[in-house]
Design a binder for this molecule. Structure first.
Ligand code: PMP
Length: 366
């Protein structure tokens, strides 16, 4: 580029200021701190991969893929299997590249009324991030001291703001608890906009609002394959009435679920007994780890309905670094306010969980 060309280029900061909204300029990108630890209990993933038998079926199915062709744009076969497994009509199901993408699609579709998105906090950060990216205003209500919804405060916020969308993660991330079903039901009945119950962790709680979709025209349920063994596939599932799905489908990018993910998910869901067994093992391990953490006087652990446990310590930053030194990675949420000195540990294999517990024991006794 000559110096003459360079002069004709707009100044970098001008183009950002004139062409990028303040809301986007203010966003901190979603980032997960990366540490190369042997024991990774930070991402709420499953520690279990495929069984040998299912892996062989996956290998055979992958060989059949025409990689030179676009995937089925509607992922019809996969949706049919999900419809059968979840006992939900296929017309009411939409898939996303992870439920992250579905959250974005929901905001694109519905945040053009009042432009407001409501969520109780602390919660999963993508509701805020995706909302801001679409230019929405984020209305936050604080969870109560048990991390449940503060119903009076939330209802009054709904009445005053009439949000287009309300995101309720139940079980919630990072706190791990389900919200009271009665409170969720009340919010669904009061809200004039869409209520999204994000059930990313419901396989570990055994509770779902899915049957209520038939009765509630404003209810959307999100689920994901990420927490039960298939985070790498990026398959999020949305369930709602057909008329809502038809609208959301208009903002979906074509071919959003790639051929490999479609085929692998089909095989996995057709052979899901091992997934169910792994979920049961995680639940048993979660209850064991919760008891062990609760017995430590240096920790306040909170009961969990998910595949992770939220807890507080006196000095989360120091515990985090000492665990990393011992090759164990968990999530440190320490920041001023309600998350002060809080941490989250994902349930791993029994061996990984033992390594975490004994590392904590050593840290506290040193
Ligand atoms: N919802 C909640 C509550 C989550 O915690 C997460 C993952 N951290 C997601 C949705 C996103 O899941 P996915 O991998 O399907 O995008």
């Amino acid at each position: 580029m000559t110096s003459k060309d360079k002069k004709s280029q707009p100044n970098d900061s001008n183009i950002i200021e004139s062409r990028v909204s303040q809301k986007i300029r203010d966003i901190s990108p979603y980032s997960v701190p990366h540490f190369n630890c042997k024991v990774r209990l930070d991402g709420n993933e499953s520690p279990f991969s495929l069984t040998k038998e299912v892996q062989e079926k996956v290998d055979r199915a992958i060989k059949e893929i025409d990689i030179n062709r676009y995937p089925d744009p509607e992922a019809k076969r996969l949706i049919e299997i999900i419809s059968r497994v979840c006992d939900f009509p296929k017309e009411g199901i939409l898939l996303g590249n992870g439920s992250d993408e579905l959250i974005g699609m929901l905001i694109t579709t519905f945040s053009n009324g009042t432009g407001r998105v409501l969520c109780p906090t602390p919660t999963f950060s993508m509701y805020r991030l995706a909302g801001l990216a679409m230019g929405a205003d984020i209305v936050e209500t604080a969870l109560d001291e048990n991390f449940d919804i503060d119903l009076d405060e939330t209802i009054s916020m709904i009445e005053n703001n009439d949000p287009d969308l309300i995101f309720l993660a139940s079980p919630n991330n990072p706190t791990g608890n389900m919200y009271s079903a009665d409170k969720i039901a009340e919010i669904i009945s009061v809200a004039k906009g869409i209520v999204v119950v994000d059930e990313a962790y419901s396989d570990f709680s055994g509770y779902t609002f899915l049957p209520l979709v038939k009765e509630c025209e404003n209810l959307v349920i999100l689920k994901t394959l990420s927490k039960v063994g298939f985070a790498g596939l990026r398959i999020g599932k949305l369930f709602a009435r057909d008329n809502l799905v038809n609208e959301i489908n208009k903002v979906r990018y074509p071919y959003n679920i790639n051929s490999l993910s479609q085929v692998v998910a089909e095989v996995v869901l057709e052979n899901h007994e091992f997934v169910t067994e792994n979920i049961q093992l995680i639940i048993r391990e979660r209850d064991r780890i919760y008891k062990a953490l609760s017995s430590l006087e240096q920790i306040k652990a909170y009961p969990s309905d998910a595949n992770f446990i939220f807890f507080r310590v006196d000095d989360a930053d120091s515990i985090f670094s000492k665990l990393v030194e011992k090759d164990i990675l968990i999530r440190n949420f320490n920041r001023p306010g309600i998350l002060s000195n809080s941490m989250r540990v994902t349930i791993g294999t029994p061996e990984e969980n033992d390594a975490f517990l004994s590392a904590l024991g050593e840290i506290f006794s040193s």
